[in-house]
Design a protein around this ligand. Structure first.
Ligand code: DGJ
Length: 744
């Protein structure tokens, strides 16, 4: 038996993770939080020993700490890391380490120090005939992510019901922030407190979900965007899953998650393995922005880069819905190209009998009825105008009124051959775990991509998976279905390496870090109303950098809320993501088109910063919003100040701009693009022509700004901008004004 390490300390980007392996059992985290200085063996041993609970009356007579995969044999009575059994036995394993490696190199005795690195611990229970490998990686940006691989080494089947990975939480972390929501209301924040028991967020929708926890945070009370210490987890999985915080019987708190397995979904035959999703842990000592930056750097560093030069996109959905007419779409393409649009996306309705959402889904051949000459005439037209061409698919789904469902009813998910699940958006789910069905879907999509010059696909997923099972056997199939869609995306990307994929699921119901390993953009929400969207975008950036976030300017009257907003407000919100248009431009007025042209030009000139900068969000009352992006060298910034609603406070007071270099001097000035926000009243510092630095009652400055004007603003230090701020302008509610901040 090799001599095993006692402890491993990983530290990167201001975060430390200190693993205690000294028991010979699965690793426990002695520390996950702010970076510790380098440790020697004695120091690591001292921390390990300082971390044992006292033995108290009426609790197990042992002192212990729960492992990342918590086990009952130590005395842990909270949720076990593994729930499973072999005909009722072997349900409470006791693992002993057999091998430990760091970045693939085997580790010997003693204490080990490393920076960003991957620790892999393999442990076995010969009595239960199980082996598990826990892989924990501290990334360059300071994220701690862990996954487990469980192997059945016995001679009989092992049923796995659940596998949960957890990280320790300190007792000071008493406040929870996570997210709920629904269609058109994705990522609605909610706060509560930790109490004894389990705070459990289950996602049982068979997709990530519009209402899922997203990132489950626990922190010191009152943590905000720029302040407060917090710990968070994100389960990187696009099927059923959990996020949880447990305040256990012995006062210990853990935070974690995993996949949520349906009954019977995972039975490991002898030699078979189950791989869990990555459970990501994020720590910040300075609030939510710093936590978001860790996720952003992680995604910005992925192999398949999404750079900041995201092409201005037009998606035709809200312009034409199912009404596909070549001449009308060509006209839209002309109008879009003329404005400077760079990508044209044809949405739902181009295939089979899909003239509405009742029929045709699943028949992935170009409809001869609406496209008698195929898609080529439109694709060529779009390409000739210098735009990329994108196409919509929803290939995991089927309308029962379709050729494919009629030919292969056995491919439709159902709990048994006698009963169908309820319909949702008039559709059912195709069973990609059936090899012939998988081959059909992959073959049909690939054929369309081979036969047409398509640069981009928008991949939709418009219903939850309810009672989703293989019809013939009744076996639940969400787990395998989720792995199948990952496999399909991997296969498509291998054959079409330059193809970009957008993840859409009735809007933003499939946004998670495993999907983001395979897709390049998300559709944040079907709600493009800027008042709602600014909130959804603000919180979506807790996980995703803005260049991944599809952010469109729609028509003045929102199709999902009926509210009407000015173009200036719609555009001010949209330019802080991957800009698109989703609007029948033939209905836009000359003035709107002229403004739109200006906004597109602004986005193109500034997208390096808008989509490549560091995110800054300022804690404000819900009635206001203030956020921006700053270049990594803090030389430039763009901010947006929005008034969401009136609260009776007028004027609004000071706006403070963090994220800049304290000693540097900056000029801050308002940017007026297109039509001026309604009833904009300038404070003195705008430097409106004719105004004075210090107004007097006999000589008040002119305040109202009605026409775009170049305003000089004021020069202030980074420290003054952050700590003193400038007076907010007055304007109508549901308006926003941009500020440019340049280092002098
Ligand atoms: C839902 C999406 O979110 C919309 O953008 C659009 O693609 C429709 N599906 C099409 O059916």
């Amino acid at each position: 038996m090799p001599t095993l390490p006692q402890s491993v300390h990983l530290t990167s980007a201001g975060v430390s993770a200190l693993f205690d392996l000294s028991t010979g059992g699965l690793p426990a985290l002695d520390h996950w939080g702010p970076a510790l200085p380098a440790l020697d063996e004695a120091a690591a041993r001292a921390i390990a020993s300082a971390n044992y609970l006292p033995v108290v009356s009426n609790q197990p007579d042992v002192s212990f700490k729960p492992a990342l995969l918590a086990e009952g044999h130590r005395g842990w009575l909270g949720r076990p890391g593994i729930s499973g059994h072999r005909e009722g036995a072997d349900w409470t394993p006791k693992f002993a380490i057999t091998a430990v490696s760091l970045n693939g190199d085997s580790l010997g005795a003693g204490h080990h120090e490393a920076g960003a690195a991957t620790l892999s611990v393999t442990a076995s229970d010969p009595l239960a005939s199980l082996t598990v490998t826990l892989t924990s990686e501290l990334t360059e940006s300071g994220l701690l992510r862990t996954r487990a691989e469980l192997t059945n080494t016995g001679a009989t089947d092992y049923t796995l019901d659940n596998l949960t990975l957890t990280y320790p939480l300190p007792p000071e972390a008493t406040e929870i922030l996570d997210f709920g929501g629904s269609w058109t209301q994705e990522r609605t924040p909610q706060r509560t407190s930790i109490h004894q028991g389990t705070y459990l967020r289950e996602g049982r929708r068979g997709r990530t979900g519009a209402d899922y926890a997203f990132v489950l945070h626990a922190g010191r009370p009152g943590f905000g965007f720029r302040s407060g210490e917090l710990w968070g987890v994100h389960t990187g999985f696009s099927g059923n899953h959990t996020h949880l915080i447990e305040h256990a019987h012995n006062g210990m708190r853990v935070i974690g998650g995993g996949e949520l397995l349906l009954p019977g979904e995972v039975t490991l035959s002898p030699g078979a393995s189950y791989g869990s999703p990555w459970v990501y842990g994020v720590y910040s000592g300075t609030g939510l922005d710093a936590a978001a930056h860790r996720f952003h750097s992680f995604l910005r560093g992925r192999d398949r880069r999404v750079d900041a030069a995201r092409p201005v996109t037009i998606n035709v959905w809200e312009a034409v819905y199912f009404d596909h007419d070549l001449d009308r779409l060509k006209d839209l393409a002309d109008r879009a190209a003329d404005l400077g649009v760079e990508r044209f996306v044809l949405d739902d309705g181009w295939f089979g009998s899909r003239r509405d959402d009742f029929r045709g889904l699943g028949d992935w051949h170009v409809s001869p009825e609406v496209w008698p000459e195929g898609l080529t005439p439109l694709i060529d037209y779009v390409h000739e105008r210098g735009m990329q061409f994108g196409l919509w698919f929803e290939a995991e789904m089927v309308n029962l009124d379709s050729d494919v469902a009629r030919a292969h009813p056995e491919w439709v998910m159902a709990p048994n051959p006698q009963r169908m699940p309820v319909e949702s958006r008039h559709q059912q789910v195709l069973n990609l775990t059936i090899p012939e069905c998988y081959d059909y879907v992959l073959g049909a999509v690939s054929a369309v991509l081979r036969e047409n010059a398509i640069d981009y696909i928008k991949w939709d997923h418009n219903r939850d998976l309810v009672e989703s099972a293989t019809r013939a056997t009744g076996r639940a199939a969400v787990h395998e279905q989720t792995l199948a869609i990952y496999r399909m995306f991997d296969t498509l990307r291998a054959e079409f390496p330059s193809l970009e994929i957008e993840s859409c699921a009735s809007g933003g119901a499939r946004i998670d870090l495993e999907m983001m390993q395979r897709t390049d953009r998300v559709w944040v929400s079907d709600c493009i109303d800027p008042l709602e969207r600014q909130r959804m975008n603000r919180w979506t950036t807790q996980l995703l950098p803005p260049e991944f976030m599809g952010s469109h300017i729609a028509s003045g009257s929102s199709h999902t809320t009926g509210r009407t907003h000015t173009l200036t407000y719609r555009a001010s919100v949209a330019v802080f993501g991957h800009l698109g248009i989703e609007w029948d431009l033939a209905q836009a007025s000359a003035a709107e088109l002229s403004d739109l042209r200006e906004w597109i030009a602004f986005y193109k000139a500034e997208r390096g910063l808008l989509l490549g900068g560091d995110l800054v969000r300022v804690d404000t009352d819900e009635s206001l919003s203030l956020h921006g992006v700053v270049t990594p060298d803090a030389s430039r910034a763009l901010f947006s100040f929005g008034i969401n609603s009136l609260t009776g406070i007028n004027p609004l007071g000071r706006l403070r701009f963090p994220g800049l270099a304290a000693d540097a001097q900056y000029r801050i000035r308002p940017l007026l693009i297109g039509t001026v926000p309604g009833d904009l009243k300038a404070p003195a510092w705008f430097g409106l022509p004719g105004s004075q630095e210090t107004p007097t009652s006999s000589n008040p400055w002119p305040q109202a700004i009605r026409e775009p004007v170049d305003l000089p603003g004021v020069v202030l230090s980074g420290a003054a901008l952050e700590h003193v701020g400038v007076q907010a302008p007055a304007m109508f509610p549901e308006q926003a004004l941009l500020f440019e901040i340049n280092r002098i």
